[in-house]
Design a protein around this ligand. Sequence first.
Ligand code: TGC
Ligand code: FAD
Length: 389
Amino acid sequence: MTKFSGIDYYQIESQFTDEEILVRNSVREFVDNEVIPVIEGHYQNGTFPEHLIKKLAELGLFGITLPSKYGCAEMNNVAYGLAMQELERGDSGLRSFVSVQSSLVMYPIYTFGSEEQKDFWLPKLAAAEKIGCFGLTEPDYGSNPGGMITNAKKADGGYILNGAKMWITNGSIADVAIVWAKLNGEIKGFLVEKEFEGFSAPEMKGKHSLRASITSELIFQDVFVPESNILPKASGLKFPLMCLNQARYSIAWGVVGSMMACYESALNYSKSRIQFGKPIASYQLTQQKLAYMATEITKSQLMNYHLARLKDTDRVKHTQISMAKLNNCEVALNIARTSREILGANGILSEYPVMRHANNLESVKTYEGTHEMHTLIIGEDLTGISAFE
Ligand code: TGC
Ligand code: FAD
């Protein structure tokens, strides 16, 4: 019996298989028992709860959809989504950690890597014996990664890498970075290992958001990358964008966890907080807020569920993933702010998870493509006209 029951107003659980429910409940219990008790302390201190990494691996959460021959759980996208939802109820930083390792590190190695790269890296990443990160964003190229200036030059037996990446989740603790750089003007993916000479990953400090997550720069000064460390099946911007589809999908589900945490706090608080002689839940203005939250959560859940089934049957378009990422992040932030309003002054305290979620969601709305980028991606799909430039 878990402490958190979530909200499922449309009985979407009736559509889940026993295996999908089992995954959700296992992660839910893990979050209740192992994450909730420690996460505020880590958030306040600006540290990632590294002691949880092995437990995440034991739950089979890294590369959860990849084949069992690599030590992965080989589950479907509903199970992946539900796991992300439950983790983000704990904290967006925890979901980020798993999204990056799974969608941005294991996925490209599995999809664009050589047999040797897959055999070497995937079992180690699944077991969390190795940690990975993904370097696409640069100081001067965020929404427009195609302009990147990090570059590789062919050398004897490999490549020489120069440039810098910024805002990289897990960067300072990663054993391997998937780095996107231009080789003769074409974007290629490289596996840069932490001990390579000329490579450093200083941690970025001073964040007010995603404080329980590590964010770093990646700096490359004449780094020699052996030929065996280039991803052989990736050439062009489309390939890192394919990785983003996986991670954006996990965000669409993840933020529903944040929504549920905030909604639950607001609902419980509103029933016990007495003002003007009655619980604030008895006032129509509060009920309007709760009804708004429950309705938006339900819409996001339905969107995610259908998206998962489209993805599992290879029918999903990347623009559909953009729509869920855009909508669910926007709604999650609105719900966090509305929940904070219901809690009044108490809403700013660390005793409640609301302000932490609200702050985290500012990053989640920005990374993996901002609200504006996803709006333009959908706009282009609808009209056939690109409005990026
Ligand atoms: P554009 O010309 O539109 O596209 C180039 C080629 O890629 C194709 N394409 C996609 N393919 C697969 N999936 C997608 N999502 C795709 N989007 C576009 C496109 O069809 C084209 O193919 P081809 O065959 O014609 O070459 O590119 P553009 O230069 O105009 O740029 C637009 C774009 C899509 C890059 C921009 O809209 C965008 O998405 N910007 C956002 C950048 C972003 O999301 N960065 C994320 C960095 S990683 C991160 O934030 C990790 S946070 C992780 C965590 O902690 O959880
Ligand atoms: P900019 O691109 O400079 O955009 C600034 C503003 O201008 C935004 O509002 C944007 O929407 C708007 N804008 C830009 N172009 C247009 C346009 N054409 N039309 C209208 N509006 C426009 N990146 C990685 O590669 N790996 C990671 O692991 C990673 N982790 C991250 C972790 C955190 C905590 C954060 C905050 C970011 C992370 N990122 C990572 C980077 C993230 O993907 C970028 O921040 C994001 O893509 C936006 O880029 P930017 O911050 O440079 O904003």
